[in-house]
Design a protein around this ligand. Structure first.
Ligand code: AMP
Length: 111
């Protein structure tokens, strides 16, 4: 499958951006599953958590801190979920690491 997130990082495909710095980009999911559904991705190409290395630890920590800040800004800091699908059994569709930040409704149990 074509890696749409790399195209978004390069600016070749538009996105509804909510955060950007030199390392991280966050934008609204095109098919939201909750009132707030934002994807947080590294600009660096990392396929998923399985492929992260020790060098990526600060980047992943920063992604979590960005998630917290976005949750506050979006008004869902009292209850939100962060999900990162990893590999085919998880249903990962886009082969570029991303956290789904979801909130704004009562979220069901994980299945
Ligand atoms: P995953 O199954 O974890 O790989 O999730 C990929 C997510 O990317 C899905 O929730 C899609 O709706 C979302 N998505 C795919 N293409 C785009 C796009 N161009 N802009 C925003 N979100 C997208």
């Amino acid at each position: 499958m074509k890696n749409v997130f790399e195209e978004i990082v390069k600016g070749k495909i538009p996105c509804d951006k909510v955060f950007e710095n030199e390392r991280i980009l966050a934008f609204r999911d095109i098919a939201p599953q909750a009132p707030v559904h934002i994807l947080i991705i590294p600009k660096k190409t990392i396929k998923n958590i399985e492929e992260m290395t020790e060098q990526d630890i600060p980047l992943l920590g920063e992604m979590l801190f960005v998630a917290k800040q976005i949750a506050e800004k979006e008004g869902v800091s009292e209850g939100f979920r962060l999900i990162t699908n990893t590999g085919p059994d998880s249903g990962q569709l886009v082969p570029h690491l991303h956290f789904h930040l979801m909130g704004g409704r009562r979220l069901g149990s994980l299945g």
